[in-house]
Ligand binder design. Structure first.
Ligand SMILES: Cc1cc2nc3c(=O)[nH]c(=O)nc-3n(C[C@H](O)[C@H](O)[C@H](O)COP(=O)(O)OP(=O)(O)OC[C@H]3O[C@@H](n4cnc5c(N)ncnc54)[C@H](O)[C@@H]3O)c2cc1C
Length: 508
């Protein structure tokens, strides 16, 4: 093969959140140093860099929402806040010597599979390179979604998304609209309610909210977790086990969630005395159908005199007046969108072109699917971290990420064992069979039977985001790459093509 004139790496990782940084650590631990991490921003952290809104914190206890290989005995609270999680990721980056691998301000603009050379051609904001393998860790909740509301362009006040908080804008004394009542909104509302003059919450669908068992982690606990690491491991194990035991209620026996629903109702009754407000805040679907939210301060904030809950979505903006679908009109100075992210239409999918000349977005136009949550057919040597049907409703996404990283390492090992210039392409039959089995399991889940419309569902009403099992099961099914599920592609120097001097043939 002719000597390459461009930079080539073995692995190009896209993104430097938990997924990308985790991939980098695992690669280095495997002795693989020929890789880069391409990050569009100017620092690491992903979710925990971009979401700096007041009150931002994780919903899963920190001792579980962290890497198994990088325990942190110093977590300040059960549910640590965004600054601490971001600092943790910065520390992981330094501790594991990842900085030399990271290219900041290097947004990936396109990645195209070269079928002759069996590598990815990647265009970034910092130039081009090629890679044997791409690990896409661009995050499912990374690109904010602002609905296309008629008249929004004419609004004279301040507008921003929760994931792009404008810290220069002073909310004191302002009339503010919070659009949406999802996981971010319910953290923002109690954080800003005491500051603003008036807060109007536009609620299309009320969430079920449970108490949040948050507290400071004591000095004694810190000491114990530092001096006796087994106690830290035990704590993680307990947190994990409790969540594993909850899974079957979500996936097989939604009726068992009745008791949880009663607890959530009692939680609301304790804080909201006004029956009319309670009626507006009571969901009409089974708990768990949409993500269960945790907060001790959301309902008390909604009960404050400077807060209004409009039980309707935002339909239109007329000047500085917001018009809800139910006709309610509210004049505001600022609009904060807590309207989520492009989850089932990931922007990176439009930028990745596979072996058949089509983009991942085109392949996924009827719904995302990927073998074991990682490999799409026609996209050789391309793995998605937190790909289709890998999301969790009740536990830590870091468990899923680490399982997928096991798969990545085994994938690279299999390429090594097979030897030569080689690629693995998921067989369409294997991908469809995997996806069909998941969809069949989905039928009994609360996400399907619970009577709600959620961001877990795509435009066709299919749940292509959530994993319908335990994390232990996911770990098991991603432990090893099953070569029978892949076509093995090789360049064959003996067979010369017109321009590349190589041809590609399926050999398995
Ligand atoms: C507010 C909030 C709270 C959350 N709380 C929890 C929780 O409590 N528990 C839980 O399990 N999960 C939670 N999540 C989900 C969370 O997203 C995941 O747990 C995890 O952080 C995802 O990590 P990631 O690396 O896959 O993605 P991200 O953290 O989103 O990182 C993706 C990175 O890719 C970069 N990127 C994207 N596109 C490109 C491109 N084209 N080129 C180069 N770089 C690119 C982005 O800049 C970003 O740095 C929360 C999410 C949000 C938004």
């Amino acid at each position: 093969m002719a000597e390459r004139e461009h930079e080539h790496v073995r692995v190009a990782v896209i993104g430097s959140g938990f997924g990308g940084l985790g991939a980098a650590v695992r690669l280095r631990r495997q002795g693989i140093t020929d890789f880069v991490v391409l990050e569009r921003a100017d620092s690491v952290g992903g979710t925990w860099r971009d979401n700096s809104y007041p009150g931002c914190a994780c919903d899963v206890p920190s001792h579980l929402y962290s890497f198994s290989f990088a325990p942190n005995p110093e977590w300040p609270r059960n549910f640590s806040g965004q600054p601490h999680i971001r600092a943790y990721l910065e520390k992981v980056t330094d501790t594991f010597g990842l900085r030399p691998h990271i290219r900041f301000n290097a947004e990936v603009r396109s990645a195209r599979w070269n079928t002759d050379e069996l590598y990815w051609e990647i265009e970034t904001a910092q130039g081009a390179l090629t890679a044997d393998m791409v690990v896409s860790a661009t995050g499912p909740l990374s690109d904010p979604q602002i609905p296309d509301v008629p008249g929004l362009d004419g609004f004279q006040g301040k507008v921003f998304h929760s994931a792009r908080w404008d810290h220069d804008y002073d909310l004191r004394g302002k009339r503010v609209a919070m659009i949406g009542t999802g996981a971010s909104a319910i953290q923002i509302v109690p954080a800003i309610q005491p500051t603003v003059d008036k807060l109007t919450v536009f609620q299309r669908t009320p969430p079920w909210v449970m108490p949040r068992a948050d507290r400071k982690i004591t000095r004694a606990e810190h000491w114990l977790h530092t001096k006796v690491p087994a106690t830290r491991a035990l704590r993680r194990q307990l947190l994990w086990s409790i969540r594993e035991l909850q899974v079957s209620a979500f996936t097989k026996r939604p009726k068992e969630l009745g008791l949880v629903q009663a607890l959530a109702k009692a939680h609301m009754h304790r804080a909201v005395k006004d029956p009319a407000l309670r009626a507006r805040l009571t969901p009409d679907y089974t708990i768990g159908c949409k993500r269960i939210l945790l907060s001790n301060s959301y309902y008390p904030a909604l009960a404050q005199p400077n807060v209004d809950v409009v039980a309707s979505g935002l339909k239109e903006v007329r000047g500085n007046t917001l018009v809800a679908t139910d006709g309610t009109e509210t004049e505001v100075d600022a609009i904060i969108f807590g309207t989520g992210f492009h989850v089932t239409d990931m922007p990176i999918a439009e930028r990745v072109t596979g072996a058949h000349g089509t983009t991942l977005a085109e392949e996924w136009k009827d719904g995302m699917e990927a073998l074991r949550g990682s490999s799409a057919a026609g996209f050789p040597n391309f793995l998605t971290i937190i790909g289709p049907n890998t999301g969790l409703g009740n536990s830590s996404m870091i468990l899923i990420i680490e399982a997928q990283l096991n798969y990545m390492i085994d994938y690279l090992r299999q390429l090594d064992v097979l030897g030569g210039r080689i690629a693995l392409d998921a067989r369409p039959s294997a991908v469809h069979a995997w996806s069909a089995a998941i969809q069949q399991r989905m039928e009994r889940t609360v996400w399907k039977t619970g009577g709600c419309d959620s961001w877990y569902l795509d435009a066709n009403g299919r749940n292509t985001t959530v994993w319908p099992g335990t994390t232990a099961e996911f770990r098991k099914v991603t432990r090893q790459v099953d070569l029978a599920e892949y076509e093995v592609l090789r360049t064959q120097p003996g067979k010369v093509t017109e321009d590349a001097g190589t041809t590609v043939e399926a050999v398995a």
